[in-house]
Design a protein around this ligand. Structure first.
Ligand code: URP
Ligand code: ZN
Ligand code: ZN
Ligand code: ZN
Length: 503
């Protein structure tokens, strides 16, 4: 980008900068996409574009740790693609998504990665990166993990304990994948639900004549999630592999993670906007489309105290990052399961509304302060996934991914006005304080006062290096400190019983 291009110099003036560690009044001066100075009354060259942030908060753009744009899934494709999904993201104050390369068993992970990148690059409106799902295991896959880490900028791999016969891996394979992740400095991520039990329970519910969306929750209640979470954490701990539990949906599963952290395990939990903003009573809604619109795995929980419980764990630092699991399907797609809840494509929206929902339910309700808000929506993700301080902080040298946020303005979430392609919104009617006034992506204003100034393909792929300090410092120390050692003792010289066949 040449100096003098309209967006090469930008001054965000008069706002309060909010980072994860502190807030302070300051201007932010940006040159060629990078934050150059943060301070009061900065003098800037002529021709600098000015964004007036008087009375507003100036925060690092959100990082959504968990999306599935245009995912081929359950007989259809997620309707929000890398264009509509990332455009919606920037309108809500998210400036980076980490999506999942997720292909069928038997498909080369490298080919899958190339396919997904081919889909994303021409469409993305904000920066993005990829986790890669490991849905099968072989020596070839093991080699491909190393290649992805070394040359493709991937440092996180997701495995599934659910979706039996589709994506699910057994414990023996998980043990091998975790060892590989540990050796190459990657973070193992887990979809934690007991897939065998779910398969049996789905059949039991259908035999009982329960075909509607309520059956989805009834066949995979909290303990199905908590058991798998415990197993995932236990196996990871056996091999000293760091573990990240995606979409933590229940109090029971969250408790497993909190207890493991108390014991010193290197484990992170990711609540999502859906689980923080709404609940599983929706599965009992009389309108089938409404109920089906909330179907996702693991399900939202009918215990209505769950969202606040998860929010408090974000406040206390027990939960780390927030994503959305954005994976959207229109009514006609959800209707693939109109007679059988097990065939309803799993997934909900969130990429556009995550920041507002967390502000409303977290900050406006007094559970999070503004700095913690930044930590759980941006900074912690940058640290865990090893892109800090390139992302996740407003400081000289960092990418200028910045939002100007009006904490006093309100907006009402609705499918009628949202920017996502999907025809339903799980947060319909929610009035949220906290509105994105302006979104800046790599120093360029991409959204301001409700208008987009961005084109498909403007976003960039963000490669991520392995061995994130935030994750791996303790892991590497433990490799030596906790190495099992045999007891030195004299050999046993007494009699040894002979088995029958040896006599
Ligand atoms: O329901 C969900 N979560 N859909 C997307 C796939 C996944 O498991 O993350
Ligand atoms: Zn999942
Ligand atoms: Zn309805
Ligand atoms: Zn997901």
């Amino acid at each position: 980008m040449s100096v003098g291009a309209s967006h090469s110099r930008l001054l965000v003036k008069g706002g309060k900068v909010v980072n994860a560690d502190q807030s302070f009044e300051a201007d932010v001066y940006i040159e060629n996409g990078i934050i150059s100075q943060v301070g009061k009354n900065l003098s800037t060259p002529g021709g600098t574009k000015v964004v007036d942030a008087t009375g507003k908060l100036v925060m690092p753009g959100g990082i959504d740790t968990h999306t599935h744009m245009q995912l081929p899934f359950m007989g259809t494709f997620a309707v929000d693609d890398f264009y509509t999904g990332t455009k919606a993201a920037i309108s809500g104050g998210t400036t980076m998504i980490i999506d999942f390369v997720l292909d069928q068993k038997g498909v080369s992970l490298l080919e899958a990665y190339d396919k997904w990148k081919g889909w994303a690059d021409p469409k993305v409106c904000c920066d993005y990166s990829f986790h890669v799902a490991v849905t099968w295991w072989s020596p070839q896959v093991s080699e491909e993990l190393l290649e992805l880490v070394t040359n493709r900028g991937v440092n996180s791999f997701k495995m599934f304990m659910a979706y039996k016969d589709v994506f699910m891996l057994g414990d023996a394979d998980l043990y091998e994948v975790y060892k590989r992740c540990r050796d190459i400095g990657a973070l193992a991520m887990m979809h934690a639900e007991n897939g065998d039990v779910i398969a049996h329970e789905q059949k039991r519910m259908l035999d009982l004549g329960i075909t509607g969306p309520e059956g989805h929750e009834m066949c995979r209640p909290e303990d199905v999630e908590a058991e798998a979470t415990n197993r995932a954490v236990m196996i990871a701990n056996r091999v000293n592999c760091p573990m990240y539990i995606v979409h933590v949906m229940s109090k029971a599963s969250a408790d497993v993670i909190v207890e493991a952290r108390r014991r010193g395990n290197v484990v992170f939990g990711e609540p999502i906007a859906a689980g923080l903003g709404t609940d599983g009573t929706n599965y009992w809604h009389k309108c089938w489309r409404h109920a089906a619109g909330h179907v996702m795995g693991p399900p939202l929980r009918p215990d209505t105290t769950t969202p606040k419980y998860l929010m408090k764990l974000l406040a206390s630092g027990d939960m780390e990052c927030t994503g959305t699991d954005n994976c959207t399907f229109n009514g006609s797609q959800k209707a693939l399961g109109k007679d059988n809840f097990a065939k309803i494509p799993n997934g909900v929206n969130g990429v556009e509304d995550r920041m507002s929902v967390i502000w409303e339910k977290g900050v406006a309700s007094g559970i999070l302060d503004e700095n913690k808000f930044v930590a759980v929506t941006s900074t912690n993700a940058a640290k865990v996934f090893n892109i800090y301080p390139q992302k996740g902080v407003i400081a000289p040298g960092s990418d200028a991914d910045i939002i100007v946020w009006d904490p006093n303005a309100t907006r009402t979430i609705s499918a009628k006005t949202h920017h996502q392609a999907v025809d339903f919104n799980i947060f319909e009617g929610m009035v949220c304080h906290g509105v994105t006034v302006c979104t800046i992506s790599r120093g360029k204003v991409v959204y301001e006062d409700g208008r987009f100034t961005v084109s498909a393909g403007d976003g960039k792929y963000v490669p991520r290096k392995p061995f994130s300090n935030y994750v791996y410092d303790r892991v590497l120390k433990r490799r030596e400190a906790l190495k099992p050692v045999p007891v030195e003792r004299e050999p046993y010289t007494g009699a040894v019983y002979k088995r029958k066949e040896e006599k």
